[in-house]
Design a protein around this ligand. Structure first.
Ligand SMILES: *Cc1c(COP(=O)(O)O)cnc(C)c1O
Length: 365
């Protein structure tokens, strides 16, 4: 028998979440499947919704080519555009859309000899201050691109820094900066007809900021079933279920400690289960001592330090546990958000880190 650590990827849940995202926001929706679909498998996720997705978004040309090679014909946006001018011919040949966020990209794009024009998503820095044109420079960037022979059309976009924080004013400020700036573009006629395409909302904005509605949404994390607002009730379904099995059961006396660093000492006689999953599988080592887990459907918690291939769970109050008992590390009973909180991180990082385990795909249509 092989090692029992498994990431079950439920593509029907992924499809369901895409539909929820699209319906909540309205308009068209780019499914963000960068970073190998947040660790879930980009090709499998893309194929699961290829017939209905309005488009996909990835981080770079390599990620897009992987999808094209798998036969995905749906539009694909490169979220940081090209990193060097040499990528442009392949970008055009594969019908990819590009984000343009910096002056150097405009210079390369306008100087290039392209086989056909490319669709540009022109990014405004409305307050996140990571990439994008400042409101002051945005109109000029737009004017230089608009109507150029290498530019097919321009979608106006921006990205939020704090949409997951419903008590922050920052998102509304970003929306207001964005709106004021695009009014200044001198394309009011197009804006009024609604023909100008605009994209603001990530998952958190889809879920929490209806003011960010526009022609295109860009859901990422919600497609994988983790609610970035941490809402208790959610229409989303977990896509990844990370499971393993109990491979050893120890009876530890009060006062004895377990594992590296002896960070857990039994306050009572304690039954300890050893689970075949560790930080080399991407389980966060920082979640040692306290993260939730479910053993044969019963909630319990991790104890002791997580090691490379194994971790410990508390079994004292689950006496029916056996060697081979099923352990859910996150998925349906154990929210990835709760494990992330215990580890001082976010579900995004947990998902992206999963490796070495077997990936098993299922889909119920
Ligand atoms: C990653 C990304 C998204 C998706 O964000 P989520 O928080 O996962 O929904 C949307 N837009 C841009 C520009 C991104 O880089």
């Amino acid at each position: 028998m092989s090692r029992p650590a498994i990431a079950h990827i439920r593509l029907d849940a992924f499809r369901h979440n895409y539909r929820v995202a699209k319906q909540m926001h309205g308009g068209k929706s780019l499914a963000v499947i960068k970073a190998n679909a947040y660790g879930h498998g980009a090709v499998q996720c893309a194929q699961a919704i290829a017939n209905e997705a309005d488009g996909f978004a990835v981080a770079c040309l390599e990620e897009a080519l992987q999808l094209r090679e798998a036969g995905i014909k749906t539009p694909i946006l490169l979220l940081e555009g090209f990193f060097e001018a040499a990528e442009l011919p392949e970008t055009v040949a594969n019908d990819l859309w590009i984000v343009v966020h910096a002056e150097w990209q405009i210079a390369f794009l306008l100087a290039a000899k392209l086989a056909k024009p490319v669709q540009v998503w022109l990014k405004m820095d409305s307050g996140m201050h990571r990439v994008g044109f400042s409101p002051v420079d945005y109109a000029q960037a737009f004017m230089r691109l608009a109507g150029h022979i290498n530019v097919e059309k321009i979608v106006l976009m921006s990205h939020f820094a704090n949409a997951d924080n419903l008590s922050s004013e920052h998102t509304l400020q970003q929306i207001s900066v964005f709106q004021k700036t695009i009014i200044g573009l001198g394309i009011l006629d197009i804006l009024e007809t609604g023909a100008a395409e605009i994209s603001l909302a990530n998952s958190a904005a889809i879920l929490g900021w209806p003011q960010a509605k526009a022609s295109w949404s860009r859901p990422g994390i919600m497609l994988y079933g983790a609610d970035p607002l941490m809402a208790a009730t959610s229409k989303l379904r977990a896509v990844m279920q990370l499971t393993s099995k109990i491979i050893s059961i120890r009876h530890v006396k009060k006062g004895e400690s377990i594992g590296y660093g002896s960070i857990f000492t039994a306050a009572r006689d304690t039954v300890v289960g050893v689970v075949a999953c560790g930080y080399a599988d991407g389980y966060p080592r920082s979640a040692s001592n306290g993260a939730p887990a479910a053993v044969d459907g019963v909630m319990t918690r991790l104890i002791g330090r997580i090691s490379m291939d194994m971790l410990f769970v508390e079994l004292t109050d689950i006496p029916q546990t056996k060697i081979g008992s099923h352990v859910e590390l996150w998925g349906d009973q154990v929210a990835a958000n709760d494990v992330a909180r215990a580890a001082g991180t976010i579900a995004y990082e947990l998902f992206c880190n999963v490796k070495r385990v077997q990936f098993k795909y299922s889909d119920y249509k």
